[in-house]
Design a protein around this ligand. Structure first.
Ligand code: ZN
Length: 132
């Protein structure tokens, strides 16, 4: 069974295009200069349609994580156990990503991570790599 893959929307297309090029992008408002935690059509701070995309340096810290031992669907059974983390990126946006070898590591809140990419069924997906 194939793993379900993300589908780009009008708000996230630039993010996924960046992933395909190995670049992590985030939204920032060109009017109020605040960062959007998740992509949207309008700025959540000033409500202007003045959002642009910037490249991230790809570094952040684990806000929260879980280790999945029992996959929620058959499509993920072969991957279990695996770790999912919510990562607060240094620029101020947030990602939910798999952590490479996370189920075998002693993950901690506030642990520094770097975002890298891997390809699954033709889609480039970001994942977190625990920094040494
Ligand atoms: Zn704004």
């Amino acid at each position: 069974m194939n793993r379900p893959l993300p589908r780009a929307t009008a708000e996230t297309a630039a993010f996924w295009e960046g992933c395909a090029e190995g670049a992590l992008r985030y939204q920032i408002c060109s009017h109020c200069e605040k960062v959007q935690r998740i992509p949207r059509a309008r700025c959540v701070h000033c409500f202007k349609e003045a959002l642009t995309w910037k490249p991230s340096k790809g570094r952040g810290r684990i806000l929260s994580f879980t280790v999945v031992h029992r996959a929620p669907t058959p499509a993920f059974r072969a991957q279990a156990p695996y770790a999912l983390a919510i990562v607060d990126m240094d620029e101020g946006f947030r990602l939910m990503v798999n952590v490479r070898d996370g189920a075998q590591r002693d993950l901690k809140i506030d642990q520094p991570v770097t975002i890298a990419f891997h390809e699954i069924d033709g889609v480039s997906l970001p994942y977190a790599e625990v920094e040494a």
